[in-house]
Ligand binder design. Sequence first.
Ligand code: TMP
Length: 211
Amino acid sequence: MSLFITFEGGEGSGKSTQARALHQRLSSMGIPALLTHEPGGIPLGHEIRRWLKGDRANDKVDVDPLTELLLFNASRAQLVAAVIRPALKRETAVICDRFCHSTIAYQGYGRGLALDLIEAANNIATQGLRPDLVVLLDIPVEQGLSRKKLKDRFEREELAFHQRVRQGYLEIAKKDPQRWLLIDGSLPKRDIERQIWERVEQLLPRVTKKR
Ligand code: TMP
């Protein structure tokens, strides 16, 4: 049995903090757990991340949306093959900060690429792997962006782009409430942690404790 949990949300939603907190909690209970993130998680992914996000606040990188879709999925394919699948095979709980739903929200709803094209590209990269649980931290766009100091290529996008990303996430989450946990990202950190834990606890029988 295995457990695969992803964290999703717009800029400054607090998902990375919560992904780390969950990883720590599972590890402290003796449950084998691995924390990774997209794009990144492996050397090739870090390179792709650097190309896509831009290095400095004033970097002007002009990347076509289709190229963006393929680069995110190139990074994903490698992460799935080299890190995520092997860990799941070892019955390790895998927590991934962003996964294929980021591409639907950002490249689909944000950039306007066709959703069936994204679905196809995501499927090639993941070979059909889907998370057991997707935690979505939802926060008003202005609030999230105000948490960011040095803005990268995505964070510098216009407000309307981020609004579309947010609406996209909410739409996808609504369609599959069994898999998605929608949380108000403006709540205090502790409350968010508690809500996530209540849901994860129900899934724990899927993973076994270290002896
Ligand atoms: P972050 O992980 O620090 O939030 O940075 C990743 C950025 O890349 C973020 O702005 C969202 C964006 N992104 C996409 O546009 N599509 C994707 O598929 C992924 C994984 C991230």
